[in-house]
Design a binder for this molecule. Structure first.
Ligand code: MIC
Ligand code: SF4
Length: 756
């Protein structure tokens, strides 16, 4: 079945005229990113040369995707908008709440029981509002979207930062907070800062041990975790077209790790093959008919420096396999340099566990290439040294790899097959012994490796690599094993070399599945009742946040000055806390518990200025709230990096934090703060971070004339009676200032709807 074929055909029928008009308005050839953006301008918005990195533009995305951990908040918000049905095709995917412990089937049964209330809520609210629902076990959102919904030239938003995965099928797919999704589902436009454009020219061809994953691991090393902020990365060149569609998906997926708005590739044969293999020959045919519109103009790719803000060139023929980590996805080490790097940094070289799969790397091709290594274990008389696990990305892939005997090959090397879900990638991994907090090394093919992310142990060092390399390192049990040059000792004491991986891009016998796990919504859902119990620990209906009081903010207490990396995992941890994603008050008990307090270098330990005592961050903030005192959070660079979870913005809002002041923000988190009516500010002079003292009371001056591009002033009232005034910047446009004044964007939507 092809979902929403009419929508795709309509998009394609309008695209040529829209792209031609944009080309004319800009008076130059267009990149693919521009073609997709300009053909999705909101009705009435005329194409013009919007200033990249400066202009806010309204768009009309074709569809919305949500996963269970973020859909709860997105749909609780949607439920308050008064709409009867979603305005664009939307889907919900149950993937984040399944704990990986024993093996897939058992773990799934347990998850279905434990999360029954949440799954029932999501299933019924989807049914009511016309949203497609993918049941637990169906697979991970991004894999299911790639297999069913993504289409070249389309535009999609999703409440998960790795929504960008669909760029592998030539889309502009962007991760957003639930409030943004709520706008689009409510039929409103979606606003985006016109992105800058980064071109990545891929020459040569992948070979031997190198995989698509290594392209993005290399790019992450070059651009770092913030190098892609507010930019779209467009890949092109012979190296791009020679790669599989799912390989392109892997590269786009991890664009989230460099902060990119999204990444994309032009439509090519690999995409056509993938569409056909996944039952969408009609989409491939329709795309073929307008194929020049679904890739960048020839002159752009011939002279990229003229059209992109930055160009990077990578020769795939020379690219080495990489291992990125620990604790950050941009610390890139080519495999040949790992021996030295591990020794220098004291990284434990014994690999305890190798984990493959996740939304990033669980395609048929990935699995078949990893299997080609697993097979060599028996053939060469080896023994796998580390534990090994697989999380398939979807039931379609799982069923097909089982049919083709791949799962049994993995099982022969002692592998555990977990459910088709996020599992260990998001801390939903009940790893035996993790509570001992021992220093140890794991390698995985996921995308993120922040502290505590996989198993909750702050001393687990996770290195990210291609599934092939993860498999080889698990067999060797050694982080410094370089399969290109090194040998392993087999059970007979002989030295053997692993042959380079090989595999099939797509299943020779075609994909197969018995029950993909989809539930279509009711035609008329108006009679469906959504039941949220008032004493529920997991779900809580939302209340409206209070509007701005109309004055400057005076006497805000410093809640925490966070030091160094402060990702959304530090602000609102996942793992065990995922179960409270639908209950704002309960999840607020994890607010900022992972952030390091600048003044004592401890986590979850800050000074309560009212009592002088040190305590947990959430409890301290609740004390301020009870006393009617506002507060401020101060942070470092790229604050809020990582997830799209808007809980990281809603929790401080709910507990009474008024301002988040940082050196720089990650894109999605900054928008989430604005949407929830918070003040998201940046230091005009980054050194002013040093002026913030532990006992400061802070005033925000200039709010009564809050205007786009006009900085605000902050008065730092120090404990010794002195004070200093510093300048802070903001990126609010006129509309976003309205959100702030109304107490949040949702209050604006509700007010507009009640008028209509
Ligand atoms: C992640 O990879 O961090 C997540 C869990 O998928 C998040 C979404 C979430 O926090 O629910 C993301 O990437 O947006
Ligand atoms: Fe799930 Fe991990 Fe992918 Fe996020 S990155 S969607 S947690 S598999």
């Amino acid at each position: 079945m092809v979902f929403d074929l009419d929508l795709i055909k309509k998009t394609y029928s309008e695209m040529p005229a829209k792209v031609d008009a944009a080309r004319k308005a800009l008076g130059r050839p267009l990149t693919l990113a521009e073609k997709i953006l300009y053909s999705h301008l909101w009705k009435g918005v005329e194409p013009k040369d919007f200033e990249r990195g400066k202009a806010y533009v309204d768009f009309a995305p074709d569809r919305v995707a949500m996963q269970d951990a973020t859909a709860q908040m997105a749909l609780l918000q949607f439920d308050t908008t008064g709409r009867k049905k979603v305005a664009v095709p939307s889907t919900v995917h149950c993937d984040h709440l399944i704990v990986a412990k024993n093996e897939g089937k058992q773990d799934l049964v347990k998850a279905v029981t434990e999360n029954e209330e949440v799954y029932n809520f999501l299933s019924s609210i989807s049914n009511k509002y016309g949203i497609g629902f993918w049941k637990p076990g169906a697979g991970i959102i991004h894999q299911v979207v790639l297999e069913n919904y993504a289409f070249p030239g389309g535009m999609m938003i999703g409440t998960d930062s790795h929504t960008v995965n669909a760029g592998g099928l030539g889309m502009i797919a962007i991760g957003v907070g639930g409030a943004d999704a709520c706008d689009v589902m409510a039929g409103l436009s979606w606003e985006l800062l016109m992105p800058k454009l980064i071109g990545v020219k891929l020459t040569g061809k992948l070979n031997g041990w190198t995989a698509p994953k290594d392209v993005i691991l290399k790019v992450a090393g070059i651009l770092t975790v913030k190098g892609g902020t507010n930019a779209i990365v467009e890949y092109f060149g012979e190296g791009a077209t020679s790669m599989s569609c799912t390989g392109k998906g892997t590269i786009c997926n991890m664009g989230a790790e460099i902060g990119a708005t999204t990444s994309t590739f032009g439509y090519d044969e690999s995409m056509s093959r993938y569409l056909k293999a996944t039952g969408r020959a009609e989409v491939a045919e329709a795309a073929d008919a307008i194929k020049d519109y679904l890739t960048g103009d020839a002159d752009v790719y011939a002279n990229p420096e003229k059209y992109f803000d930055k160009v990077i060139e990578i020769n795939l023929s020379e690219l080495e396999p990489h291992l990125n980590g620990p604790f950050t996805p941009d610390l890139a080490t080519p495999i040949s340099q790992m021996k030295e790097a591990a020794a220098k940094n004291g990284w434990p070289t014994k690999v305890e566990v190798g984990l493959i799969g996740s939304c990033t790397n669980s395609s048929y091709e990935d699995i078949s290439r990893a299997v080609s290594l697993a097979k060599q274990v028996a053939e060469k008389g080896l023994k796998t040294k580390a534990e090994f696990t697989i999380t398939p990305g979807s039931e379609l892939v799982r069923y097909t790899i089982e049919r083709d005997g791949y799962l049994s090959t993995f099982e022969k090397i002692g592998a555990t097959v977990f459910a088709n879900a996020c599992g260990p990638c998001i801390g939903m991994w009940e790893r035996m012994g993790a509570e001992k907090q021992e220093k140890n090394t794991i390698v995985h093919s996921f995308n993120r490796n922040f502290a505590k992310r996989a198993d909750g142990n702050p001393n687990t060092m996770a290195f990210v690599a291609s599934p092939e390399l993860v498999t080889a390192l698990a067999i060797a049990g050694d982080l410094t094993f370089n399969p290109i040059t090194d040998t392993l000792t087999n059970e007979k004491g002989e030295q053997v070399k692993l042959d380079p991986p090989s595999g099939d891009e797509l299943p020779v016998k075609g994909f197969a599945v018995e029950d993909a796990g989809y539930q279509a919504p009711a035609e008329d859902g108006s009679g469906v009742i959504i039941d949220v119990k008032s004493d529920s620990k997991r779900l809580q209906l939302l209340y409206s946040f209070a509007p701005w009081e109309g004055t400057d903010l005076k006497g805000l207490k410093l809640l925490i000055k966070a030091k160094g990396k402060c990702t959304t995992d530090h602000i609102s941890m996942a793992g065990p806390w995922l179960k409270f994603r639908g209950h704002l008050d309960n999840i607020s008990n994890n607010m900022l518990i992972g952030a390091v307090n600048f003044f004592n270098e401890k986590t979850d330990n800050v000074k309560n200025q009212l009592t002088g005592e040190y305590g947990a961050v959430p409890a301290t903030q609740r004390a301020y709230k009870a006393a009617g005192v506002g507060s401020i959070v101060v942070g470092d660079e790229n604050y809020g990096e990582g997830s799209s979870r808007e809980h990281a913005a809603m929790e401080p809002r709910h507990l009474g934090v008024r301002v988040v002041l940082v050196k720089s923000f990650a894109r999605i988190h900054e928008t989430n703060l604005k949407k929830q009516g918070m003040l998201a500010l940046t230091f005009a002079n980054k050194e002013d971070y040093d002026k913030i003292q532990e006992d400061d009371s802070i005033d925000v001056i200039g709010l009564t004339s809050f205007t786009p591009s006009q900085p605000l002033q902050l008065v730092l009232n120090h404990k010794d009676g002195s004070n200093e005034t510093i300048t802070v910047n903001h990126s609010y446009n006129a509309q976003q200032i309205e959100w702030f004044k109304a107490g949040g964007a949702l209050n604006v939507i509700r007010a507009e709807f009640s008028k209509s």
